[in-house]
Write a protein that binds this ligand. Structure first.
Ligand code: UD1
Ligand code: MG
Length: 474
């Protein structure tokens, strides 16, 4: 049910300079989902009356992602005045006139924050009498974060930013998590008093705590035991740590759902992937995007699947595949490269050192060894000989090949597209197929072989080859 006395403000306007990236910080991904989308998804779970997201740096790129993830969010543009305090000031100004509840402010760079942690904060705030309740935690390394300064009796006094802190303050290991719940009127009163008089020349939201306290209001900090839940991402080291945490949770979730994951440390599963019961995932495997793996399939080792479908009981070994569909009972790899548009039928095979692209290979058909299949359709029950190249590119345009059902093509063929090979046809080893082959025919175009007897004895006398030939008695 919608919480009509809750508004959520998500701060997403910062530059994220510590990422040192052309990609805005909040669009860097964990488990295949941008940082900001994780936060928006959590916000959605709380079902607040209003969600406001504040943007500025690369705002169009951010807005595109925000509208996709949480279209109901109102977007507010931050102006040239920097700082989290300014961002909240503008968000508060955009609240509907009639709103008079609590304002939950969340930094946009806290992707592992979950709705349960936020609900605890909301409950604690509403049960107490504080004008503001914030989340704090004790990370392994507090460097860079704002420190929680408490009075001698242990109550929350103020927050000091790392860059403004004295050595004694920097020695404090309790940090501000960047998640705050404010009563609207108390917040509004104090926002008016923020200044940019600090090391970074920004309006710090964190100053509100000290200001409230000085004005005689109560403020409280709720400590989160598992610091990773609330750690903000500022650089790529923190990003990889958070991504590993999230991945461990995802892998464990699938394990508890009946998936065998032999080596969780080298298995990466994106948030949108799905795995059925009795799937086996072997070490060194990435299951990315919206990949779906059906019951009993085995994937890995050393396999990357991006937006793929793997059918029931299929086996995929040492393979790189993107936008490919692998049928039930089919076998792929080792060392296969499946590019977009590959569709392998039920019980089909794409074997060792085989590359496919935009290729529909029918039920039970096999491409076992050393081949390239591009822009092709292969019917059912056909076998493509070892070392076959579908020559789909004439240097200007791409063309298609159609291979019928129950075809047996010889080794080391070239199919020069456009070409059609009829049902049940055969081709000889080494054939370059340039013309259509009617159903049931044998196509062969290699020149007849000539043996020049005694050539070695005449032209390579005294060599080991000549001796071996002489000794063979033939
Ligand atoms: C902030 C806190 C710090 C806390 C830490 C927790 C302040 C002043 N400091 O520091 O006490 O320990 O988070 O992770 O708030 N943003 C805006 N507008 C701006 C600047 C930032 O919307 O003008 C957004 C950013 O996009 C980001 C969030 O606010 O999502 C936090 O900004 P960031 O620069 O990461 O602040 P920290 O230095 O991490
Ligand atoms: Mg941060």
């Amino acid at each position: 049910m919608t919480d009509n006395s809750l508004a959520i403000v998500i701060l997403a306007a910062g530059q994220g300079t510590r990422m040192k990236s052309a990609t805005p910080k909040l669009l860097h991904e964990l488990a295949g989902v941008p940082i900001i989308s994780h936060v928006l998804a959590t916000a959605r779970e709380l079902d607040a009356a209003q969600v406001i997201t504040v943007v500025r740096h690369e705002r169009d790129r951010l807005v595109e992602v925000i509208s996709a993830e949480l279209p109901a969010s109102v977007v507010v543009d931050q102006d040239e005045i920097p700082g989290t305090g300014r961002a909240v000031e503008l968000a508060v100004a955009a609240l509907p006139a009639g709103f008079d509840g609590d304002v939950l402010v969340v930094n946009g760079d806290v992707p592992l924050l979950n709705a349960a942690t936020l609900s605890n904060l909301i409950d604690a705030h509403r049960a107490g009498a504080a004008a503001a309740t914030i989340l704090s935690t004790f990370p392994a390394d507090a460097t860079g974060y704002g420190r929680i300064i408490r009075t001698e009796d242990g109550s929350l006094d103020r927050i000091v930013e790392h860059k403004d802190a004295t050595d004694a303050e920097r020695a404090v290991s309790e940090i501000n998590a960047g998640v705050y719940l404010f009563g609207l009127s108390a917040l509004r009163d104090q926002l008016a008093h923020l200044t940019t008089d600090n090391a970074q020349g920004e309006k710090y939201l964190t100053d509100i705590i000290g200001l409230l306290r000085a004005a005689g209001s109560e403020v409280a900090a709720l400590s989160v035991a598992q610091s990773w839940l609330v750690e903000g991402i500022n650089d790529r080291a923190q990003l990889s740590e958070a991504a590993a945490r999230l991945n461990a949770l995802i892998v464990r979730g699938w394990q508890l759902n009946g998936v065998t994951v032999q080596d969780p440390a080298t298995t990466w599963i994106d948030l949108k992937a799905t795995l059925a019961e009795d799937v086996t995932v072997l070490p060194g495997t990435q299951i990315l995007g919206a990949t779906a793996i059906a019951r009993g399939a085995s994937v890995g080792p050393d396999t990357t699947l991006v937006h793929c479908e793997v059918g029931e009981g299929a086996t995929v070994k040492r393979t790189d595949a993107t936008l490919a569909v692998i049928g039930a009972g089919a076998s792929v790899g080792p060392f296969a490269f499946l590019r977009p548009g590959t569709e392998l039928g039920v019980d089909g095979k794409i074997g060792t050192f085989v590359e496919t692209k935009n290729a529909k290979i029918g039920e039970g058909s096999k491409v076992p060894h050393l081949s390239y299949v591009g822009d092709a359709t292969v019917g059912v029950g056909s076998n493509v000989g070892a070392g076959t190249i579908f020559a789909n590119y004439d240097g200007v345009n791409k063309h298609s090949s159609v291979i019928g059902s129950h075809v047996r093509s010889g080794s080391h063929n070239v199919f020069v597209a456009p070409i059609r090979i009829g049902d049940g046809a055969y081709t000889g080893a080494g054939t370059v197929v340039r013309k259509d082959v009617p159903a049931g025919s044998l196509a062969i175009n290699v020149a007849p072989q000539r043996n020049i007897e005694g050539w070695v004895a005449t032209n390579r006398p005294g060599t080991d080859a000549a001796k071996a030939a002489a000794e063979s008695g033939e």
